[in-house]
Design a protein around this ligand. Structure first.
Ligand code: URP
Ligand code: ZN
Ligand code: ZN
Ligand code: ZN
Length: 464
């Protein structure tokens, strides 16, 4: 049976346009846009979006549901994390499957499929974390690209866990240059950082704020520079994840001015929080431990500027929640044992809308950095990331005037604190469709685990 929904009288915002239009949804896809009152569409359901924005569902290209880290697991499952994402207006996540050292990419990918399948409220896709580059792994990369897992994260940090040395990085980049894969880099000099960690602990500096002090901006910039040059040598494009240091943005800017296919992502925590949070007393700083770390406030200007100049193209969350009680706790007396990561999959669209309200970015740029470009970067466009005939009907009705206060008491992420506790923002998700089906309906959850499906991706659609 075919089903038809009409969303009428809203302001449709995409990365390229803002138009007052009605949207016809048929069988899970966008069928047409038309001037209000110019058509005679019939529908099973009419959503009145008068005074509201009609925007593409958010595409969060960086999440870690159930990630094993530091002896524990990220506290959101695919079920809870995708439900929370929907509450926050995100309708697609790209999560990171993990290859553990000594295992194949296939084993890691199968494990992630098993965690996600049948549990997701919204559509999902996978990147692959490559922790063990060898001849077999390199061949497997080609197979994964064919299966729609077209991006690979490597780590210059975390020696002994996810770390790759420069030779391993170069080899994976050479492979990606051949098979169309996109290398995503965690750019921090982990070897040097580990020395500084040991020296800090030996001095008795155990508090969370030292996490930010040892993971120096210069060591992010150095690794960013090295990754860029390795990619240049390999002839491969590069996407640097969770950029936080102004010096790292400068490296990206320089490379892009040279015409290289180098891209950068930042996250709301680097735009809205700072090293001051890491210094909160009574171990509260542990709530803000992630890597790259929150930086002194001065770095924020470079990130906002990068988003305006397109030297940074994407804002993702790096959603990787750990409860304060029982998980962040593991690092009392030793900051290096605090599991790294912040919750945020539910907050991203609203925080970036606040940036619109504050005049930092335009409405169209909001949609570009949160929906359209992540979809293009990771081969999901125009199925995801826009409102156009033929696209999946992943649509958010957004109330730009509603006020809300972010809080763990009201959020839907499975974590016992909010990184933005008490923050007032203007704008709120009202209704969310995923492939035409209401997941959030006028602020009621109407979705179901298993509605969301694995979404294979093409290769990067954002190259120069
Ligand atoms: O602190 C973070 N970012 N945790 C998640 C793992 C990663 O490096 O992205
Ligand atoms: Zn009318
Ligand atoms: Zn990382
Ligand atoms: Zn991450």
């Amino acid at each position: 049976m075919s089903s038809r929904t009409v969303i009428r009288h809203g302001l449709v915002i995409t990365a390229s346009d803002e138009i007052h239009a009605d949207v016809l949804v048929e069988d899970g896809r966008i069928a047409a846009l038309a001037t209000p009152h110019s058509h005679d569409w019939t529908a099973d359901r009419v959503i009145d979006a008068t005074g509201k924005y009609v925007i593409p569902g958010g595409v969060d290209a960086h999440t870690h549901m159930e990630l094993p880290f530091g002896g524990t697991h990220a506290s959101d499952t695919f079920a809870t994390g995708t439900r929370a994402a929907a509450w926050g207006g995100t309708t697609t996540i790209v999560d990171f499957a993990v290859q553990s050292v000594g295992h194949t990419l296939r084993e890691g990918l199968d494990a992630w499929h098993a965690k996600a399948e049948g549990n997701c409220a919204i559509d999902y896709a996978f990147h692959m974390i490559v922790s063990d580059v060898n001849d077999e792994t390199l061949k497997e990369m080609d197979l994964l690209v064919e299966e729609g897992v077209t991006s690979f994260k490597q780590f210059m940090a975390y020696p002994g866990v996810f770390y790759s040395d420069d030779g391993q990085i170069l080899r994976a980049m050479q492979r990606a240059a051949g098979n169309g894969g996109l290398i995503m880099m965690h750019a921090e000099n982990g070897i040097a950082i580990d020395v500084l960690v040991q020296q800090a602990l030996a001095r008795g500096e155990t508090d969370p704020r030292y996490h930010g002090e040892v993971r120096k901006a210069l060591l992010e910039a150095e690794a960013t520079h090295r990754a860029i040059r390795l990619a240049q040598v390999a002839g491969a494009p590069l996407y640097v994840v969770h950029v936080s240091a102004s010096e790292a943005v400068a490296e990206l800017t320089r490379a892009r001015d040279e015409g290289l296919n180098v891209f950068g992502e930042t996250c709301p925590q680097y735009l809205f929080l700072s090293a001051d949070n890491l210094a909160e007393p009574d171990f509260e700083g542990a709530k803000y431990v992630c890597s790259t770390p929150l930086r002194p406030r001065e770095h924020q200007a470079a990130l906002w500027r990068g988003l305006r100049t397109n030297d940074l193209q994407v804002v993702s969350t790096d959603h990787c929640p750990f409860c304060f009680t029982g998980q962040k706790d593991l690092g009392r007396g030793d900051f290096s044992k605090i599991p790294n990561g912040l919750p945020g999959v539910e907050n991203r669209m609203d925080l970036l809308h606040q940036a619109v309200v504050d005049g930092r970015i335009s409405r169209r740029r909001w949609i570009e950095i949160a929906c359209a470009t992540p979809a293009r970067m990771f081969g999901l466009y125009p199925k995801k990331g826009t409102i156009a005939p033929g696209a999946d009907a992943d649509i958010v009705i957004y109330d730009p005037h509603a006020e809300q206060v972010m809080s763990a008491a009201t959020h839907h992420m499975n974590v016992d604190y909010s990184a933005y506790e008490g923050k007032r923002v203007t704008g709120r998700v009202e209704t969310v469709l995923s492939r035409g089906e209401p997941v959030i309906d006028q602020r009621e959850y109407t979705g179901r685990a298993g509605h969301g499906v694995f979404t294979p991706r093409s290769t990067c659609q954002y190259l120069n």
